[in-house]
Ligand binder design. Structure first.
Ligand SMILES: *Cc1c(COP(=O)(O)O)cnc(C)c1O
Length: 407
């Protein structure tokens, strides 16, 4: 089918009108920063002018500010197959990785290894290393090659930290299988869902992991630096004494007690005062997602990425691109990456022509497919622009080679 025919049959097409996208731009980076939902600006203006400006401190109670982390967490739970009361929206993904790992370590005091794979998203690895340093030799941050992860889960491992959809390759790990393997070895497991939530169907209830974390600003369209989320399986919530024992996780924060006493439930994993404005924007993005059916989103995502791979084939044959993502759709998240030695300059040239993807060192160009606002026509047009950049050599200019701070 042609891109036009695929778009004509697309039941998600109406969602595109719910986003504000710049003209003359094909946005293939929603896996890094989601696009702006049309309703976000008005909601933010209301939160600022009315709730903050008029309501002032009364809005903590009257505008639902204090309940926002749990309320939005419950909504995110529906997108990742979790139950109510199992997810809170708060802090950054990095901080939530810290909470999950320290919580997991406290569940297995006789074990000392945090296990992950080399090449995992850096912040996940850095948090492991920070916890190991804090543990003063009691905790080991152990990294193994991706293919060796499963076999490395032995009796010394307290917790496995793994990202479901790899940020570079987009490869999807088997959540149910690896979770089972960890549990058989007496370990717990933390899943990073940063490239999963809103990208692929996730079934936390079915797979039964212990903890999960993920991002609000990627596929969930919560805005730059949006609060992240933390999932703690109900069976663990009241067994874990939070390492980040902040007053918002206290059973009675406004008792101003001298002694920390954690709240019941997932609320104990809150730390400090929630980012109210960030949560207001995040909620709009999450609400929009809840109108879509995840199976339909997944089908369109694979249709978009499949078309992209098909159209890229001549550029692989003639211009040195090498597919770095799984060819098998079942193993692919909602992004497609290629390695190319001149990837950085090529991506800069593409962005200068209004086709926005991103670059990940050392040589990966990455394209994200966001079915709520990307069309098959966009995909075909993006590859056509890339073909033109390669055929004319337009990428080969000094200004495209100089590195910006954020790639
Ligand atoms: C994007 C991403 C993060 C981001 O963490 P922040 O604390 O929001 O900066 C973490 N883990 C993975 C796998 C990611 O892709």
């Amino acid at each position: 089918m042609t891109p036009e025919a695929l778009d004509a049959a697309d039941v998600l097409a109406p969602f595109r009108q719910r986003f504000t996208l710049p003209a003359e731009t094909i946005y293939l980076d929603g896996n890094s920063l989601g696009a702006l939902p049309r309703d976000t600006a008005a909601r933010m203006a209301e939160a600022v002018r009315s709730e903050w400006g008029e309501g002032l401190i009364r809005s903590w109670n009257d505008a639902g500010w204090v309940d926002a982390p749990g309320r939005i967490g419950d909504k995110i739970a529906r997108l990742i197959g979790a139950g109510p009361g199992e997810v809170i929206a708060c802090d950054s993904t990095s901080v939530n990785v810290f909470k999950a790992l320290t919580g997991a370590l406290s569940l297995a005091p006789e074990r000392r290894v945090i296990l992950s794979e080399r090449g995992n998203f850096p912040t996940d690895v850095y948090m492991m290393q920070g916890i190991a340093a804090l543990g003063g030799g009691q905790v080991e941050a152990r990294l193994v090659e991706p293919g060796a992860l499963e076999d490395a889960i032995d009796q010394t491992v307290a917790v496995v930290l793994v990202t479901q959809v790899h940020y570079k390759t987009g490869r999807v790990r088997d959540m149910a299988g690896l979770t089972r393997r960890a549990h058989e070895a007496g370990a717990t497991i933390v899943w990073d869902l940063s490239h999963s939530a809103g990208a692929i169907p996730v079934d936390l209830a079915g797979a039964g992991p212990d903890f999960a974390v993920g991002c609000g600003y990627k596929y969930l369209n919560g805005g730059p630096g949006a609060p992240a989320f933390l999932y703690v399986a109900r069976r663990h919530q009241n067994r874990v004494m939070p390492a980040l024992s902040g007053w918002f996780g206290h059973a009675d924060p406004f008792a101003f007690d001298d002694t920390y006493r954690p709240a019941e439930g997932v609320g104990r994993f809150l730390v400090g005062t929630p980012s109210v404005l960030g949560l207001a924007a995040l909620e709009v993005g999450v609400d929009l997602f809840l109108e879509a059916d995840m199976a339909t989103v997944r089908a369109k995502s694979l249709s978009l990425s499949g078309l992209f791979i098909e159209r890229m084939a001549p550029l692989c044959a003639g211009h040195g691109f090498r597919l770095a993502s799984p060819e098998n759709p079942a193993e692919r998240g909602s992004q497609v990456s290629y390695s190319h030695p001149e990837g950085y300059a090529i991506m800069r040239a593409l962005i200068a022509r209004g086709v926005i993807g991103d670059f990940r060192a050392p040589d990966i160009v990455r394209f994200g497919f966001t079915p709520l606002y990307t069309s098959h026509a966009d995909v075909a047009a993006a590859v056509a622009v890339l073909a033109e950049v390669m055929e004319t050599g337009a990428w080969d200019r000094p200004e495209y080679r100089s590195r910006a701070a954020v790639t």
